[in-house]
Design a protein. Structure first.
Length: 95
């Protein structure tokens, strides 16, 4: 019984700090990825937040309607949008 309680407490503390300390610094952005040629939405496109060293910080994939939601860690980072058969597009996040 004590082991179960200790394991539960361990996992609680393991998962909690990132959520507690990260709440104030994140910004949520959302949008829709479309093809420039015809405006068609792109389901399954990748949206990646990268830092100045091009390291991946956070990423998501668009839904069936081309919509994405991403929690941004740093507004100085950039977003990279990519999809099979298209050249990747990089956009600044901004304030």
């Amino acid at each position: 019984m004590k082991i179960r309680i200790l394991v539960a407490i361990f996992f609680f503390y393991l998962l909690t700090p990132g959520q507690i300390f990260g709440q104030g610094s994140e910004k949520v952005i959302q949008g829709t990825v479309t093809a420039a040629s015809d405006g068609e939405t792109l389901a399954g496109a990748t949206v990646v937040e990268t830092d100045a060293n091009k390291r991946i910080i956070n990423a998501t994939v668009t839904d069936i309607n081309g919509h994405y939601v991403l929690k941004i860690k740093n507004p100085k980072n950039v977003l990279v949008f990519s999809f099979i058969g298209f050249n990747p597009e990089t956009r600044e996040i901004g304030p």
